[in-house]
Design a protein around this ligand. Structure first.
Ligand SMILES: NC(=O)c1ccc[n+]([C@@H]2O[C@H](COP(=O)([O-])OP(=O)(O)OC[C@H]3O[C@@H](n4cnc5c(N)ncnc54)[C@H](OP(=O)(O)O)[C@@H]3O)[C@@H](O)[C@H]2O)c1
Length: 243
């Protein structure tokens, strides 16, 4: 009987937790614990970092985990890299459940940049109204471009005031719609949207709204990860568990 560790913090991980519960699997869902009021889950939950690769190895050993599913966000590169290393060192099989990256379509005005630093650099220039849809962890990195007015949509109220002299915070954890995002962008006279290439449906509405309003998008590419067994499909994970 497999004992499964799901590295979560995403809607995909929550959907997998539901599927594992329905299939009667013995599984635990792991969160970093940054978001307040996480959603109730149908399988047991553990919260907090493991303590790097050694901590994760100890956890796998102590709890007799037989399979790891990395369903973290595509930008959670540290956790995903640690999972690759810990599983390689312990021989515990690993699969990643990921979302395909977004691709630009007709009508999209994307400028792709490789990382957050490149996004900050690309914002040099005259003041604009910028929707910074990147989560709260990287806001301080935009301090070198204080000329802009930033619209920050965040899941929770930030603990500290972001070091951006001109900003507006909207607290909302979705689900979002293209229509509502279009209205939000109109209300704040947005000139440019900054987005991580998260993929998935949960936050694609801002891209649909930007397309509808003919707004440019500064799209931050995903961080590179070590090679690993990867799927976009929950059924493939379930088959892999019982193969
Ligand atoms: N980055 C994003 O844009 C984003 C967006 C939405 C949701 N999330 C979710 O938020 C969490 C943190 O993201 P991040 O980008 O800050 O991660 P990260 O930089 O890759 O991870 C930093 C550290 O946080 C701990 N950690 C991360 N995910 C964990 C998990 N699922 N369970 C237990 N510990 C975890 C690990 O600590 P130790 O080294 O001590 O084990 C990891 O080394 C992830 O669960 C991710 O799925 C991230």
């Amino acid at each position: 009987m497999p004992k499964i560790l799901v590295l979560g913090g995403t809607t995909e991980a929550s959907a997998l937790a539901r599927a594992l519960a329905d299939a009667g699997h013995d599984a635990v869902l792991s969160y970093m614990g940054r978001v307040e009021r996480p959603k109730p889950q149908p399988i047991p939950v553990r919260i907090g970092g493991f303590g790097g690769v050694p901590g994760l190895i100890a956890y796998l050993h102590d709890t007799a985990i037989t399979h790891v599913v990395d369903a973290t966000h595509p930008f959670a590169a540290q956790m995903s890299g640690n999972a690759v290393q810990a599983c390689a060192q312990t021989g515990v099989p690993l699969i990643a459940l990921t979302r395909p990256a977004w691709q630009p379509g007709p009508g999209d005005r994307w400028q792709r940049v490789p990382d957050m630093a490149a996004a900050v650099a690309a914002l040099s220039g005259p003041p604009q109204n910028v929707m910074l849809a990147i989560g709260r962890m990287h806001l301080a990195e935009f301090a070198p471009q204080p000329q802009h007015h930033y619209l920050l949509r965040l899941v929770d109220e930030p603990g500290e005031t972001p070091p951006l002299p001109r900003h507006t915070i909207v607290v909302d954890r979705g689900p979002f719609s293209a229509q509502a995002d279009e209205q939000l962008m109109r209300d704040h006279a947005i000139d440019l949207v900054v987005s991580k290439n998260a993929g998935g449906t949960g936050s694609v509405s801002k891209l649909e709204a930007a397309r509808a309003l003919n707004l440019p998008v500064l799209m931050i590419d995903r961080p590179a990860l070590p090679p690993r067994h990867e799927t976009h499909d929950i059924a493939t994970v379930l088959n892999w568990l019982t193969a």
